[in-house]
Design a protein around this ligand. Sequence first.
Ligand code: ADP
Ligand code: MG
Length: 332
Amino acid sequence: PRLANQIAAGEVVERPASVIKELLENSLDAGATRIDIDVEEGGVKLLRVRDNGRGIIESDLPLALSRHATSKIIDLDDLERVATLGFRGEALASVSSVSRLVLTSCAEGADQAWQVETEGRDMNPRVQPAAHPQGTTVEVRDLFFNTPARRKFLRTERTEFSHLEEVVKRLALSRFDVAFHLRHNGRSVLSLRPAHTEQEAQRRVASICGPAFIEQSVTIDQERGGLRLWGWVGLPTFSRSQADLQYFCVNGRMIRDKLVAHAVRQAYRDVLFNGRHPTFVLFLELDPAVVDVNVHPTKHEVRFRDGRMVHDFLFSTLYRALAEQRPDGQGP
Ligand code: ADP
Ligand code: MG
């Protein structure tokens, strides 16, 4: 079961994008309202995440890095395995074992910041005084410098960065209240201020998905039987050549779900947007008691207590909104 858990937990340290995901989730867990991400060479050379969250107290700093890790990592094979599978609750330990990592933090209410530094499987990181405002900075350099087999699986700088950027976008779309700034090789890629109003939310979506998506989409906002669906669905005139533009957020968590994908596809097809690939940024809000977001440990999937009801709600809401946009003006 232990191994099964590890496999089910997903690949924590597969590539720079998976590292960023863990670091951003930690920052959000710590209550950060602003997150700055600096990346060099697709993240292989440098990944730095700075937040203004609660921080880590001095005595917890070494624990954050070494938890469970020491007893497991025995030889290079084990390192490769950690890099491939990762361990839930040990993201920082896993990342620190395959990189040069500096963790700097100033805890809420503390009068001093502290720092630990590790290089690969360093068992006894020393804690030193540092300068840092309240919050935490995790700096990861030279990812996989000591795991050549893993490093070989990395793609080009551009590909690695696009995976990483996608992770940031997904989180930024699920947390409008948090500011995100992403820089690659010194250039600003995303600069997202907190969005509290509808207009600010729309601006964030335009920044992330491109202004053309907002211009060529239908705005959705529908509430029925304790379910609320809001967001944007792209019209068939909006074509996007690159990756899929499909974001679906359930109660603040970005997910990929078969039932959801099916409902959207069916609405598209039935409105006769034949062969069109749906594009959407949608938010579903419902009573947390009727949805289980922890079906899969990586939390991409959900299980609705009444899947049919959710499917019908999604389908009918989207069908009606899209049908009104049909060129022939024929409503449903
Ligand atoms: P997990 O998040 O599953 O507990 P991690 O290895 O990701 O495991 O992080 C270890 C611990 O380090 C966290 O539980 C948290 O206490 C602390 N930590 C990590 N990153 C941050 C951060 N950005 N701000 C505050 N605490 C953090
Ligand atoms: Mg974590």
